[in-house]
Design a protein around this ligand. Structure first.
Ligand code: IPE
Ligand code: IPE
Ligand code: MG
Length: 246
């Protein structure tokens, strides 16, 4: 597992920087409720914060950042909220096209885009294509993503390869299985951050989190600051990872 040193900062000892960070952006609805605003206002504030934190992570030298934006279970929300989120995604992706382009961020989408409005799907393809030449941080945006759905999709793809004679059942092993996931070629998750007070995975990166360090904060996502990110990275650096060893 690759571990990277954080870019040297003045007066600070180098710390161990995680190669792959995951964030479950949670608590937008409660943030809005506290302010007597509609949930959509929370989602807007959350999306705004996503931009700032993503930039910050890229600046720190994090290589892979995976952000959970919409789960396969989030379709269960009222149609009005889902519709509002679709519009928000569209607006933000258009901005991302301009924004992240300047920052050498490569955007990839993980999840099943086919359920999204065609316009949004086209935009997602454009963002992926246009940022594919970037060489800095890889930003995986998990949209209509579910960990179980990802595993089922991988199993199906492997079964197809066996049926077509490209593979035999005995070829399957852990590293090959990883190649069938959306995150093929990327390191497993080192650090998972979930704000909002909930302490669960909610179907996020089930395979990739096998040895991730979990950091849970009692902060709602729109209130999550760069200082909170630093705090999570410090907690991560202070953990002893053993991977089953001693
Ligand atoms: C996370 O915030 C955003 C999405 C799931 C799209 P929530 O909308 O889940 O906010 P809470 O958990 O209800 O506060
Ligand atoms: C997880 O948050 C999904 C995203 C942040 C996209 P949820 O708010 O949907 O999770 P639960 O329902 O509290 O487990
Ligand atoms: Mg939630």
């Amino acid at each position: 597992m690759a571990l990277f040193k954080m870019k040297e900062e003045k007066g600070e000892a180098p710390r161990i920087l995680p190669a792959h960070v995951g964030i479950i952006m949670d608590g937008n609805g409660r943030w809005a409720k506290k302010r007597h605003q509609p949930r959509s206002a929370g989602h807007r504030a959350g999306a705004q914060n996503f931009r700032g934190i993503t930039r910050y992570c890229a600046g720190l030298g994090i290589q892979y950042l995976t952000i959970y934006a919409f789960s396969t279970e989030n379709w269960a929300r009222p149609a009005e909220e889902v519709g509002g989120l679709m519009r928000l995604f569209k607006d933000y992706l258009e901005e991302a096209l301009r924004d992240f382009m300047d920052e050498n961020i490569r955007v990839r989408f993980i999840g099943d885009p086919s359920a999204f409005p065609p316009e949004l799907q086209a935009l997602m393809r454009r963002v992926e294509e246009e940022s594919s030449v970037k060489t800095g941080m890889v930003l995986n945006l998990a949209m209509n993503y579910g960990g179980r759905a990802e595993l089922v999709r991988a199993a199906r793809a492997f079964a197809e390869d066996v049926r077509a004679g490209r593979r035999g059942p005995a070829d399957m092993e852990e590293s090959l299985f990883s190649d069938y996931l959306y995150t093929a070629g990327q390191p497993d998750l080192d650090l998972l951050i979930r704000p909002s007070g909930e302490q669960r995975l909610s179907n996020f990166l089930l395979w990739q989190c096998a040895y991730a360090e979990f950091v849970f904060f009692d902060i709602l996502w729109p209130d999550f600051t760069r200082a909170d990110m630093d705090r999570a990275l410090q907690i991560y650096a202070s953990r002893q990872r053993r991977f089953g060893g001693v």
